[in-house]
Design a binder for this molecule. Structure first.
Ligand code: HEC
Length: 118
């Protein structure tokens, strides 16, 4: 949370500096959105980012693709955290995901993070 506020105030400073440059401001705005969105938990950075990206498909689906797939599913958190903990195959393509070295609690928190992505 702290980091989020730091980021926010940093971005505030950034946009303050570019006030005169009218057209640059637009650019800066779209960058802000990106920076705020990519608030990736460190466990995900350590253990998942080699195969997943928040926005782009890599070895596995992007996390926003996962969010979209389970958006209407009341058991989303349960299903996603089970896949994270035990692995998954046949849902997204030919490559399977092996079980990951995370606790049930960590898997649940990551699933909640995925479903909360904007
Ligand atoms: C070695 C590559 C690799 C790593 C590391 C990896 N994944 Fe995956 N992941 C995949 C692949 C491939 C799939 C698609 C599996 C399938 O088709 O069912 C996948 C699928 C998923 C899904 C969708 C599961 C579903 O039920 O729809 C989620 C969520 C996911 N991964 C999260 C994670 C998280 C969180 C981590 C880190 C703790 C992680 N993955 C680490 C390759 C990986």
């Amino acid at each position: 949370m702290m980091l989020f506020y730091l980021l926010l105030s940093f971005l505030f400073l950034l946009s303050g500096c570019s006030k005169e440059a009218g057209e640059k401001e637009e650019l800066q705005k779209s960058e802000e959105v990106q920076v705020i969105n990519v608030k990736v938990p460190s466990i995900v950075k350590d253990k998942c980012i080699m195969c997943h990206d928040v926005y782009k498909r890599k070895v596995g689906p992007s996390f926003v693709q996962v969010r979209d797939k389970y958006k209407e599913d009341p058991k989303a958190i349960e299903k996603i955290s089970r896949s994270i903990k035990r692995g998954s195959q046949g849902k997204w393509g030919r490559v399977a995901m092996l079980p990951n070295d995370v606790t049930e609690e960590e898997a649940k928190q990551i699933a909640e993070w995925i479903m909360s992505l904007k």
